[in-house]
Design a protein around this ligand. Structure first.
Ligand code: UDP
Length: 328
């Protein structure tokens, strides 16, 4: 079995490639390296540099490799940027995935695991959030991911393309080896920013609002370790290989932590004081996002290993303290 990982040089993609290889699965990575890092690609993966919308590029990969299933991470994922430049997101995420599907169908590749997001739910009416809850994205990033899920559904009906869509809550942490971790440029995510502050790379962290209807007024999120997400992709590949129907799963720990709790936990782990300033709310941030992952636990037989915030932040710190400038 050979798996093609699109976007395998990115944060969650590179951790999934490590997990695949650690499980003895033959792995091919394609990435245009626009936001990914070649240093993050596992040395045992066969790497192709190119874009998923380039038919000739994918023809070459599919002709050289006997690809069984695709895991698709290749996308832009910065919510704020998607608000400022929605068409960039529609083009890169939706249009390029449509081009990918055309090439897959041409090569008779019918299984895909897709990187989706809790952003498809928008501001939830209640937590925990279930897969059947209302889908009302509050930003173009979430809209493009939802549009792709719907495109998959119709492609399943028309071409028997089978997919598993994995809706991640807040991915965090780093591989246990300390070789790969989270590095975006610019960085917008809470945990890396908190740890960069602990490293002295930033003076303080801006907390976006402390007037939410939550226990301490700051936003609550469900942080899930990137290696646990990676494991879910392997379960999803096996699920599709076993001939099961297309499906959608939430992936989270089911526990919510506020921004202030994240900062306090990071202070404990790094043994550093981490200064913060309360600032304006960030547009489009829901107050509380917590997953129900019961469906993934039951059907994919998935069980997150890192079930404490301490454990997740410890692995992230192990990466950050040794990679102050990321992969540079
Ligand atoms: N956040 C913050 N300051 C930052 C970055 C994030 O207060 O510099 C907050 C953000 O408002 C949200 C939470 O931290 O409530 C997690 O944000 P992140 O961007 O990591 O993930 P998101 O939930 O937006 O996917």
């Amino acid at each position: 079995m050979t798996i093609l990982v699109l976007g395998g040089a990115g944060y969650i993609g590179s951790h999934t490639v490590y997990e695949l290889i650690e499980n003895g699965i033959d792995t091919v990575v394609a990435d245009n390296l626009e936001t990914g890092h070649i240093e993050a690609v596992h040395p045992k993966a066969r790497f192709y540099k190119g874009d998923i919308s380039n038919e000739l590029f994918l023809d070459n990969v599919f002709n050289k490799e006997k690809i069984d299933t695709i895991i698709h991470f290749a996308a832009y994922s910065i919510v704020g940027e998607s608000m400022k430049n929605p068409l960039k997101y529609y083009d890169n995420n939706l249009c390029k995935t449509k081009a990918l599907l055309e090439t897959m169908i041409k090569h008779n590749i019918k299984n895909i695991v897709f990187s989706s997001t809790a952003a498809v739910y928008g501001e939830p009416e209640s937590v925990p959030i279930y897969e059947n809850d209302k889908l009302q994205p509050s930003n173009p990033y979430g809209e493009t991911k939802l549009a792709i899920e719907k495109m998959f559904k119709w492609a399943d009906t028309a071409y028997a393309l089978r997919y598993v869509s994995l809706r991640y809550f807040n991915a965090a942490g780093a591989h246990i080896s300390g070789n790969i971790g989270e590095f975006h440029n610019p960085e917008t995510h809470l945990i890396p920013i908190v740890l960069q502050t602990a490293c002295g790379k930033r003076e303080y962290i801006s907390v976006f609002g402390d007037d939410y209807d939550t226990k301490d007024g700051t936003c609550i999120r469900d942080y899930i370790h990137v290696s646990d997400l990676a494991k879910a992709h392997i379960s999803a590949v096996k699920y599709l290989k076993a001939g099961n129907e297309s499906n959608i799963f939430n992936l989270g720990n089911g526990t919510g932590f506020s921004v202030k709790e994240v900062i306090q936990t990071a202070e404990k782990i790094t043994k550093q004081h981490i200064p913060y300033k309360i600032e304006q709310r960030r547009y489009g941030d829901p107050a509380k996002l917590i997953a129900s992952s019961e469906k993934a636990k039951k059907i994919l037989n998935w069980q997150p290993k890192y079930d404490t915030l301490d454990g997740i932040i410890s692995t992230a710190w192990n990466w950050h303290k040794n990679h102050k400038n990321g992969y540079n």
